[in-house]
Design a binder for this molecule. Sequence first.
Ligand code: GDP
Length: 298
Amino acid sequence: MISVLSGGTGTPKLLQGMVQVTKPENITVIVNTIENNYFSGVYVAPDVDTVIYTLAGIINEDTWYGVKDDSFITHERLKEIGCPETLRIGDRDRALKIQKTILMENNSLSQAIDIQRKELGIKSLIIPMSDDESHITISTDAGEMEFHEFLVEHQGKPEVLEVNYQKVDPACGVIESIENSDMVVIGPSNPITSIEPIISARNVTKALKNAYVVAVSPIIGNQPVSGPAAKFMEAKGYEVSSIGVAKIYQNFLDKFIIDLLDAKYQEEIEKLISDVMLTQTIMRNNDDKINLARCIIG
Ligand code: GDP
């Protein structure tokens, strides 16, 4: 069995490759929930929803959120009648979010996700990192703001001074999944806002120390492939490179996969993590995803 720790862009691409090189039922995905919140009356679990849509084969791969070929009739109408609609949620995407919101009236988030993944025919297990409520804020030179306010309204532009969130309790199954896995994969996800919230959940680091853990760097050269990881890493005092990522994971990482373009960092990283592998880590097409998955799974 393989556990995969996931955010909502890089790791879902890798998951698309993994389910082609191993049986999907061998995979349990443990997903970041720190950015979850209510928007326009519905519960939004951005990374969880992306993982669900990815494994159901309906993800919009242009944006890595929402359902492909979606319509936006409800979104446009809500804006017309004066609802803030901070997030641009499509109609089919909204239907699944409404279903999750209704399910959560009588179920935990974990249970709601499990019902949805079964309905969508997903064979891999999907577990949220926590069933606790979460709250993440970003301290910036323009003041403290909610995560989506920073990312959407301010388009990630302010200088980031600090990333703030409370540690949570892991959902039922998180620790067991890590303990029972032959391998734990930390996909190429934002190390500060997608992976650290998972590894900082109570007892997760301890479980990782006893597991065989492989990570893929989301940083190539001195830039993330996409998204605001650089600003968050700098705010936390890490150099923006695969060396900085290695420093975040060094306490429990057994093998680190970095990009061929980062050969210059190999020696330095080997001082932190003994097994460093170089390969192409950028996933532009299906072959790239399969090749990276094969490098990890063997
Ligand atoms: P978020 O929840 O949308 O922030 O998504 P994730 O945390 O899962 O992923 C964001 C990270 O994925 C960014 O830091 C990117 O650099 C990384 N990423 C995206 N695509 C790729 C890729 O093809 N290869 C690698 N190595 N990293 C990627």
